[in-house]
Design a binder for this molecule. Structure first.
Ligand code: FMN
Length: 178
């Protein structure tokens, strides 16, 4: 409960970010999420430094001229971007929507694990998901979908998000009293 209530999407992220080895370790944990058929219908592409610059430049090239500098700058906000690629198994008894749910489970689990290790993250979508150039650069196949990316790093010192209180969501519950 503590991890869930203290996790917030962190917009301001700096170094350090988890190493590739630490990311791989946390991903192993996140991969324990419910996954109908054990299909692992997802993959991650890690971008740092020059790779971030390359993808940022690609997105900027597709933007309106007056937006280009900002698009590029925004893409470099965090030291690590982990791009989430939805990679469903076609014509499987597990329908695609269930596979998408599995991929989403992994992303949230990973965010919680990052938070528990002192890292911050935010799931971002936006231009990346629609960019033909980025799909090409990242080698995303036609049967795959870009679900955005997790910006990952260390929360800025001024970022001290409050623990969330438990919200009453009982209006989302019904009982079939037969
Ligand atoms: C699928 C998905 C896509 C998101 N895309 C963006 C985004 O493009 N930009 C952004 O600032 N936040 C994005 N978010 C983060 C949400 O805005 C964030 O979770 C929400 O504001 C609640 O904040 P919290 O995570 O601190 O509770 C996304 C979250 C999800 C689950």
């Amino acid at each position: 409960m503590t991890a869930i209530l203290t996790r917030r999407s962190i917009h301001s992220l700096r170094g350090p970010a988890p190493s590739d080895q630490e990311f791989a370790y946390l991903l192993k944990g996140a991969a324990a999420a419910p996954d109908h058929g054990r299909l692992r219908p997802w993959r991650w592409i890690l971008l740092r430094d020059a790779d971030l610059e390359a993808v940022g430049a690609c997105l900027a090239a597709e933007a309106e001229p007056e937006e280009r500098a900002l698009v590029e700058k925004k893409f470099m906000r965090a030291p690590l971007k982990a791009v989430l690629v939805f990679s469903p198994t076609a014509e499987h008894r597990v329908p695609e929507w269930e596979q998408l749910a599995s991929a989403s489970n992994v992303a949230y689990g990973l965010m919680l694990l990052l938070h528990a290790r002192g890292f911050g993250s935010i799931w971002r979508t936006g231009r990346l998901c629609q960019s033909p150039g980025t799909r090409n650069l990242l080698g995303v196949r036609p049967d795959e979908q870009l679900l955005g990316s997790l910006d990952i790093g260390t929360p800025g010192v001024s970022v001290q998000p409050a623990r969330r209180s438990l919200e009453d969501v009982t209006d989302r519950m019904r009982f079939l009293r037969t």
